[in-house]
Design a protein around this ligand. Sequence first.
Ligand code: ATP
Ligand code: MG
Length: 446
Amino acid sequence: MLRINMPEGANKILRALVSCDKEAYIVGGCVRDTCLGKEPHDWDICTQANPEEVIKIFKGLGHKVFPTGLQHGTVMVVIGGAGFEVTTFRKDGEYSDGRHPDKVEFTSDLCTDLSRRDFTMNAMAFSPTTGLIDPFGGQEDMRKGVIRCVGDPGKRFREDALRILRAVRFASVTGYEIEVSTLAAMRSEAKGLKKVSQERKQKELVPLLQGGSTRKVLVEYGDILAEVIPEILPCIGFVQNNPYHPYDVWEHTAYAVALSPQSDWLVRLALLLHDIGKPECYQEDEAGVGHFHGHGKVSQGIAESILMRLRFDNETVAKVTELVGIHDRSIEATPKAVRRLISQIGSEQFFRLMDIRTADICAQASDLIVGRMEKVKKLREIGWAIVNDKPCLSIKDLAINGHDLIAAGIKPGPEIGRKLKSLLDNVIEDPSLNEKEILLKLSRNM
Ligand code: ATP
Ligand code: MG
């Protein structure tokens, strides 16, 4: 029998419910992730008890309870500092808008609840007393490496088209194949993704990009992703006619995303969009070689509108578009140039930019990689040396401040700010100037 090591809090919740004669299981993502050998990031519980009963049982035991999603039957129970979502077995009504069920009904039958879930591997429940409950063959599908809808795929995707993007996400994360009739229905129903809220699509896009099989998934399902980001459509199949680029723009993009660190989703998002302006910038020289002058800036503009539409927060939009805009800017491999760049964008962004360069170059013609990789390596080393030196890269790191300038006889006002800025420029050029006496002298001569 399958055994799952649950957190003590989840165990307590199951025991408390069962002792009140209510069935209770862990369900969904946590069962799937355990079968995949991954540590689940949350432990969802489903139960026969209705929400009022759940609230009463756990309040009675002295636990904090929050009605986080009462309209869906979800209550959050806090045990030992951790929150667990406890949801009453549910049966979804009709989906007339292609997004949400018209009404949610509770049921006392676990299998009915499992049948509303999207894929067989997400439709399994477990409890220590019953073992695994798997009416749709999720474990067998996982053994075969297959993602398959529960029930009729066309109907399930018409109910909620987000499931199409979720299938792509799970394919990226698990490396599994999508079962033939599920895939056919994804393609025929992909238009439905237009009706799905941008926030929900954003939430699937990020893990999709961080999967271990992103390259394969982006290449094979680019047409489906284009229903979420139509701007990628011109990139698919766009031949570059350039010795550096054996791949079309979209294949190169997919490869570059996959070659970057899986852990940094900002880097992966920037790589997804880094060349999105290329088709617009295409020009051929007399020899018939393709060039894309200015595509960084054009991609930046397109990236901004995509990210805002997908409702990413302002900080994410700013960071990702900055990286897209400068991804192909030439940087001299000298401490002076790198100090200037780090003072402009910050060290975190600088190292992200290096990750982007590395992936971008490695996703090009293999015989032309070596020299350019040497340069990125050198830039990184210079960057590390600078960061370890804790150099002066902003006005607050200068050895003098506005008060010092005023004390030295400079009139308070905008002049002070201008002088400090220009002193900083000097110090970035030559860090040895960052001494009080030298800076005061310099400021007098300005
Ligand atoms: P993760 O939490 O790792 O991102 P997950 O599959 O657990 O993935 P959740 O949003 O936490 O995703 O959903 C929990 C469970 O609810 C899923 O495993 C699945 O059984 C069900 N589920 C989630 N979204 C849908 C949906 N759009 N349609 C049908 N069932 C869904
Ligand atoms: Mg989950």
